[in-house]
Design a protein around this ligand. Sequence first.
Ligand code: 18C
Length: 247
Amino acid sequence: AERTRDQVELPPPALDNRLTVHSLWPEINRISSEQIQAAFEEVGGGIGWQLFAEEGDMRMYRREMEVDGMVMDPLKAMHKVRGVSAREMCHYFFNPRYRYEWETTLETMTIVEEISSDALVFHQTFKRIWPASQRDALFWSHVRASDDNTYAVTNHSTSNTDYPPNTGACIRLFVTVCLACRSSWPAGAAPTRDNITTSIAYCSTVNPGGWAPAGVLRAVYKREYPKFLKRFTGYVVDQCRGKPLAI
Ligand code: 18C
């Protein structure tokens, strides 16, 4: 029964009709398309990208960027994971049921709106980093199949009158994140856990929304992003072990 539930909740292979009639659809569609396309572009020749973490197949690049003295360094990470599919990766990243199990920066998570099977709106609060104020975020999250064997989740900040920014203890931050995954396996063979490889491109830009000391922020960034990607990919591999491969 557990397995059947999981199968049903896997990211749908085609867009959910409830999403395409929602008022957020034009924005969700435009930003997701842009993010997915940019995610697969190589950083190699790009100007300003500096490698700051490397471990096995994982590489993380950042570009130093400050707007009005606030650090907003865009991040781009590449990784390769064996034994799980793009669809499975995106299932665990998108589905809120698993979030507390891999997301270590989280304090609270609330589902603000269920738009469709492939789009949700979340309110999240994060752990406080001394000496800065605690942060929260309100964002839509959309999972979609794109090209062959490719699935991606895009998260992007939005607003909602029931969740006004900067009213309680938290400062609202703004985020654009894309986790894009593409699976491959040997030509002519059927995909299995033993022959499948999934390439991951994770891009993130966080605007801290208010004052935060640049040094502390860059130190958190450097520590937390590699920790997140290693933990999340390891979590998905563990969850999928012994289950039939979902393509
Ligand atoms: O993409 C990720 N997670 C998704 C599901 O939760 C979603 C989340 C996006 C929000 C990312 C912003 C996180 C800010 C966290 C701040 C507090 C961290 C506390 C840690 C201490 C234990 O898309 C995975 C996200 C991985 C996040 C890595 C950390 C990025 C830090 C960027 C700087 C944030 C500025 C906050 C200001 C803090 C002041 C010093």
